[in-house]
Design a protein around this ligand. Sequence first.
Ligand code: FES
Ligand code: FES
Length: 151
Amino acid sequence: MKEFSIVVNEKEHTVRVHEDTPLLWVLRDHLKLTGTKFGCGIAQCGACTVHIDGDAMRSCIYPISALGESKVTTIEGLSTKNDHPLQEAWVKHDVPQCGYCQSGQIMTAAAFLKESKNPSDSEIVEAMSGNICRCAAYLRIKEAVKTAAKS
Ligand code: FES
Ligand code: FES
């Protein structure tokens, strides 16, 4: 066990865990930030996506010891009032079905839209293709990303 100081959603936390503990479990079990979900645990589904220094990363395979000084943002820290353009577009398009994959979808889309201001449909589909939705809400996800990109 080792002590790590980490910055999550602009707040500093100290946690005592094994070096190879995935960031996902630090977020969920130690910091009680349960918006980030466990799906596959092998970087295949995207349910655990968070931002590390602004880049979308899969927290299920990201060991806490690799974080260093990097800053983490989870769905809880994406906006202060749930008013990120993607969150508003998600409501407008009534995207979620069961909801399980949704925080990962939004975090992937948020990182994508920072780099791609006016994406085409195919660019959105490509960017989101690594995030699985077992409810198959893919069309609404695409429309919501388009709406957020325009706002
Ligand atoms: S739980 Fe991390 S990619 Fe599936
Ligand atoms: S909304 Fe159910 S898995 Fe995506």
